[in-house]
Write a protein that binds this ligand. Structure first.
Ligand code: ZN
Length: 323
């Protein structure tokens, strides 16, 4: 309370309110009611990582039932129970698609390319939002592809031209070879393979291929995490001692895949290897207290992994990077 208001003023003020209430008179409204504006959600988030700037951009969202996408070999009730225990509905969830741009000061590095336009009206917004975030597609120096699934390679081409015209592309070598050769592609991924041949293979001539752990740009190195796809790569980014793990699709949901890394996901091409990679990367993130950004984590998709017993929890970042 303002010191200048004395006790008598307070009595006068409250007395005034009381008398208004007593007579049931409310002053007539002099302006129109504010219109409803619709839901407003964050879709661009930028933070500093040492001397780097990192921008997360929401390419889009789809909503769908979590079962049997997660734990399809177990009773549906288990998925529902875990959802409810975490305060979210068990019959519907949001799949977010989050691209990351790292400006190292020398190079602008884009991780994955979104779904591309036309796949679904609620996705494919990467380039539109890049513009809002201050970046033009032709400014991108390096496009790093974590793996060859449609939501990651869908934005590589616009029409039949590379969207990021001046960029070199980085692929995991095992990943690129798997899709290019086309052997043992499971039925559900046949269309995916066709898309890869169309949008990714033509970029192979100007591409860099990584086999194991190697540096793809100063401060950025690959972390092999095969399983979700045959040659899936996560990436570790470090500047001035600050570290960030861009884990791609190591875990595809902040509850189902993080708290139950054993649960198979229908998106995982090699389920056993996917589980092993998920556990290894979660353990590393928890032990090393790494900041993590994940392609399918809730926007702004920045958090930490906390170990709890034999399980893990996704802990969203708060102001760690603002201090
Ligand atoms: Zn994905």
């Amino acid at each position: 309370m303002d010191d200048r208001i004395n006790r008598r003023d307070v009595l006068k003020l409250t007395g005034g309110a009381a008398s208004l209430a007593a007579f049931g008179t409310v002053p007539a409204k002099v302006q129109a009611a504010a219109p409803m504006q619709g839901v407003l959600r964050p879709e661009i988030y930028r933070f500093k990582l040492g001397a780097f700037e990192v921008t997360n951009i929401l390419d889009g969202i789809v909503q769908r039932p979590p079962y049997p996408t997660f734990a399809g070999n177990l009773p549906a009730a288990m998925v529902e129970e875990l959802a409810k225990a975490n305060g979210v509905p068990g019959n519907n969830y949001e799949q977010t698609y989050v691209n990351t741009i790292v400006n190292t000061g020398r190079e602008l590095v884009l991780f994955d390319t979104g779904n591309g336009r036309g796949r679904n009206p609620t996705v494919g917004r990467l380039t539109e939002l890049m513009d809002k975030a201050g970046y033009k597609p032709e400014q991108i120096d390096v496009v790093v592809i974590t793996h060859g699934h449609p939501d990651h390679i869908g934005g590589l081409m616009t029409g039949d031209k590379p969207t990021f015209a001046n960029a070199r592309t980085v692929f995991g070598e095992a990943e690129f070879d798997f899709w290019r050769k086309g052997e043992n592609v499971r039925e559900a991924r046949k269309a995916n393979r066709e898309q890869f041949m169309k949008v990714a293979v033509p970029l192979g001539d100007k591409a860099t291929f990584v086999k194991t752990e190697s540096e793809v740009a100063p401060g950025i190195r690959s972390v092999p995490s095969f399983g979700h796809s045959p040659g899936h790569m996560a990436y570790h980014v470090e500047s001035n001692g600050q570290r960030l793990l861009i884990w791609g699709d190591v875990a595809n949901h902040y509850i189902f895949a993080v708290q139950r890394p054993d649960w198979p996901g229908s998106f995982d091409d090699n389920p056993d290897a996917a589980v092993a990679s998920r556990k290894r990367v979660l353990e590393m993130a928890a032990t090393e207290q790494l900041a993590v950004t994940g392609y399918h984590m809730p926007f702004p998709a920045l958090g930490f992994i906390e170990k709890s017993g034999t399980s893990y929890r996704w802990v969203p970042a708060t102001y760690q990077f603002n201090l």
